[in-house]
Design a protein around this ligand. Structure first.
Ligand SMILES: Nc1ncnc2c1ncn2[C@@H]1O[C@H](COP(=O)(O)OP(=O)(O)OP(=O)(O)O)[C@@H](O)[C@H]1O
Ligand SMILES: [Mg+2]
Length: 477
């Protein structure tokens, strides 16, 4: 193996992203990790001038800065949302490459620390912290109410209406929406509008906890369950009388989903290692940022659990589809940050206004909030918000857009199924899917009502009621 192939092998198998440019800013090395982190294709970048590929980096690129100054920039922390709305946090360091005393290039190493960030978030979450709206965030209290949910679009008003009505019942609620659309806000608001508001609100993100610990966390353990086990009450018990919020429900392992379904059906459970059953009265709200129908089809969410959890559905549409709300939220965050940073700004220039309208907002409202917070860090008193104040990844999108390379496929995670949805309302659509699933289940179980009901994890009477409502009959052939 020659030296070059060996180097390529190493670079392609590194866990860090690496980007090397020569003195002219031409890319010599750009590995797959870096490409993934930056959402680029290595072939687009390799052997080309950096500013030619990413013109928006002009004046911003750390690689070019280091080439110019000869000084390293280390531990540069960057957070952004990739095209799929995934929040990515990287830690970048950039060094000059010198031969003798002459600078011959620069190298940037980026480490994707998104998982570490997530862990820190969930730690902070369990400790307590105050967010930008001065609301106390912890997994044991609910601070938000429906009044905090801003927006005048029919979609958000409809979602609030459903949420409010559901807060008066004990039925399970499933909240569906892309990252940063306000799912947690809705869950807290439902709890706070309900008769359970003075009882516990316990939230757990099923994706933040290693699979093997989640069961113990939910059910609790009893002395003797395993060596060293102590009596520890689980979240189910802690939420008694109140609301249990399960975030990213599809990250719950399938066998635990089955166990959890039984708890929902029987309102009782047995802590691990215990012989005694505990009765609980909890209202369950669950959250998913993926299309639940797709999750069911892919076998990641048990169908029976899905039906049980989604008695009431709240769908939060992406921000890009609610232009009027962008305006309202933007003004709200500007006001909040003017107070927080004690800085009055003169306004927003037309180019930024225009950009806000065309941008896809993969990280939705949270992204808008973060971007404006970033702006307030660097903007001067009485200055107007301009494109240069926006983060680099946003400007990159914008320059692609101006070069007509920008495609806005509106890559909503729900787009596929929404196509099939035609002009049905969410409830009509979900009913039609429910009907399809019931028919499939009936076929599978030879039209035996008891078996089908068991299969779907619902009561026999419940199935009969649904069949009557849907006027479904056993085929005569
Ligand atoms: N309708 C809204 N009005 C005002 N602020 C909102 C609204 N929706 C979301 N936000 C803001 O956006 C932030 C993110 O909201 P939230 O945590 O509820 O999102 P999420 O849907 O749970 O996101 P993720 O899937 O990433 O967990 C909140 O801190 C809140 O400040
Ligand atoms: Mg959330």
């Amino acid at each position: 193996m020659d030296k070059q192939s060996l180097l390529n092998l190493i670079v392609d198998n590194m866990k860090e992203g690496i980007h090397v440019v020569d003195t002219n800013g031409k890319t010599l090395l750009y590995n797959k990790v870096m490409a993934d982190v930056e959402g680029m294709d290595p072939d687009e970048v390799l052997n080309r001038q950096l500013l030619e590929v990413l013109p928006s980096l002009e004046g911003n690129s750390t690689l070019l800065k280091v080439l110019k100054t000869g000084k390293a920039i280390t531990m540069n922390y960057q957070t952004y949302f990739n095209k799929d709305g995934k929040k990515i946090t990287t830690l970048n360091s950039t060094w000059p490459i010198k031969r003798d005393k002459e600078i011959i290039g620069a190298v940037e190493i980026a480490k994707d620390i998104s998982n570490i960030e997530k862990m820190i978030d969930s730690l902070l979450y369990s400790i307590n912290y105050t967010d930008n709206n001065n609301k106390n965030y912890s997994n044991k209290t609910a601070s938000y109410t429906f009044d905090d949910i801003l927006g005048q679009s029919p979609e958000i008003l409809n979602a609030k209406q459903i949420g409010y009505l559901a807060s008066k019942t004990d039925s399970p609620v499933l909240i569906i929406g892309e990252s940063g659309t306000g799912k947690e806000l809705f869950a807290q608001s439902i709890h706070n509008a309900s008769s359970r508001k003075n009882k516990p609100f316990i939230a757990e993100n099923c994706a933040a906890i290693p699979e093997n610990l989640l069961e113990g966390l939910l059910f609790g353990t009893s002395k003797g369950a395993f060596t060293g086990a102590i009596n520890r009450s689980g979240l189910l018990e802690q939420a008694h009388g109140g609301t249990l919020l399960l975030d990213e429900i599809n990250s719950m392992p399938l066998d635990l989903q089955a166990k959890f379904l039984r708890v929902l059906q029987e309102s009782k459970f047995r802590p691990i290692g215990s012989t005694k059953e505990i009765k609980v009265d909890i209202r369950v709200i669950s959250i998913t940022s993926k299309d639940p129908i797709k999750l069911v089809k892919e076998g990641k969410l048990r169908e029976d659990l899905f039906f049980r959890l989604s008695v009431v559905n709240i769908y939060l549409p992406p921000l890009r589809n609610r232009q009027g709300d962008i305006e309202i939220l933007k003004n709200h965050f500007i006001k909040t940050f003017e107070e927080k940073f004690n800085k009055k700004i003169a306004g927003i220039d037309d180019e930024v206004e225009e950009f806000f309208k065309t941008y896809t907002w993969p990280g939705n409202i949270r992204e808008l909030e973060h971007i404006l917070e970033g702006v307030f860090n660097i903007i001067q008193e009485n200055e107007t918000i301009k494109m240069e104040h926006l983060p680099y990844y946003v400007k990159r999108d914008y320059s692609n857009y101006r070069n007509n390379e920008y495609v806005n496929p509106d890559k909503s995670i729900f787009s596929l199924d929404l196509m099939k949805r035609k002009d049905l309302t969410l409830n009509e659509y979900l009913n039609s899917i429910e009907e399809e699933l019931i028919i499939e289940a009936l076929k599978l179980n030879d039209y035996n009502i008891t078996k089908t009901a068991q299969y779907l994890g619902i009561k026999r009477q419940g199935l009969q009621y649904k069949l009557k409502k849907m006027s479904l009959q056993k085929p005569t052939i």
